[in-house]
Write a protein that binds this ligand. Sequence first.
Ligand code: MG
Length: 158
Amino acid sequence: MTARSGIGYDSHRFAEGRRLMLGGVEIESERGLAGHSDADALTHAIIDALLGAAGLGDVGQHFPDTDEQWRDADSLALLAQVCSFLEEHGWHVVHVDATVICEAPKLGPYRDDIRTTLAESIGLHPLEVNIKFTTNEGMGAIGRGEGIAAMAVATVER
Ligand code: MG
């Protein structure tokens, strides 16, 4: 049995007139995030962690933002696609841990929904997908509420 871990990071700017999607869940918010896809920074960080663990590149390589095919793409569907891709390469996902850095809106009330949604897409039990929320204490671009960032670690086995 070989186990490997990978890390992922993503951030997106806030934009008016967009839905706010995090971990495949729509968050009630006056603004969403700008991006070619649905701009789900949490799911993108997890995708990068998974691809990193398997040594299979990054999200931009697999779903380039220059490709019209991925405009407004449902990142949760991309996550499921990446998990199948890993399985094809003999890798089985065993654990994901992630942190979302966001000043507002408050994400705590969405924790269980995000966990369940992501776990279902990855094919894990919700207890194997841990999601944490923090603010940047008002520091820097994220602290000024210019956008949302997310970090993730994923473990895979073969
Ligand atoms: Mg992204």
